[in-house]
Design a protein around this ligand. Sequence first.
Ligand code: 5CU
Length: 381
Amino acid sequence: MASSPAKVVDVHTHMYPPEYVKILESRNTIPLVRSFPGSSDPRLILLSAEVPSLEEASKEQASQDVVVPGRPLTKHYSSLDQKIHFMDTHNIDISVISLANPWLDFLSSDEAGPVATSINNEFSAMCALHPGRLFFFGTLPLTASLNVILSSIAHISQLKYCRGVILGTSGLGSGLDDPALRPIFSAIADANLMVFLHPHYGLPNSVFGPRQEKGEYGHVLPLALGFPMETTIAVTRMFLAGVFDQVRTLKMLLAHSGGTLPFLAGRIESCISHDGHLFASLHGRRTMWEVLREQVYLDAVVYSDVGIKAAVAASGDEGVDRMMFGTDHPFFPPLGTDEDGEWESVGLNAQAVKKALAEGSLESEKVMGGNAVRVLRLFEE
Ligand code: 5CU
């Protein structure tokens, strides 16, 4: 019997459904959507690093050459047709779509539950329009009460195309090591849902120091450095608090290849072994390496073969079975070429996998799609 051709699966691909964009349009503080003179598309302003340029551009007498804040909110963010076009252009067979940051983190407790239900139903309906090509990670109303959050997990676990939840690092407001999150992690694990952990808050602007010139080096510091450190810190706190031991069936897919965890796991272990107090209290625990091998999956959104090799190696002998291709669409569009054509950012990630694992090899096929199909049960419609 001929084996079916290997699938290409994108596990890191976002959308902001129209309902969510409307919420952002109604806001005066980040996250928000706003139009500016001289910019054809409305601007999506998400990050605290963008607040200084937002304030500058919002001044009544803003100068002509002021930096327009945020990023253009193109059709790529909300249009399902555009998502399918993007998949076809890049030979992506299946996408596991998710709401982009900052999810529902900014909604009031009362708003969060109904909005989560509506957004999750909308994602479910989009998947149903393209059966077998689209699955999704749901979003949770984390500012609502525990009962509402648990009901939301019960709701999404019944949705045919839902395979997990996308989660930021703030949890209920106190980080992912917060004991109050334990029943939520347990409910997610019991429902056989993956947690897709994604950064949003980065590091405080002050960490990057005073900037020399206006422009603040664009998005480079918060996105290239702040995002990965945020993920690293969140998972390390979970590990130190023993969350992975308390919820052994919890499975986490870490965005951007785990931030800097593959590189820093050894240093984290060494710091524990040389900390008299911690060493005693953590004696007998599993190591970070074991947690990486047993409960963590990494996406391949790292843009270089060096990062891919490190991430695969960090996940142990079977590391190549724990990594999954992603694009981060609709973020990082091409600047100099047509957005309806091929995206350089996608090519960089695909090339990195090919270079690290050899084009056409079984290993490469696993990362490009086989692992996602297996781990996220994408063959089960
Ligand atoms: O460009 C950005 O700010 C982002 C973002 O906010 N989220 C993401 O997933 N990628 C890039």
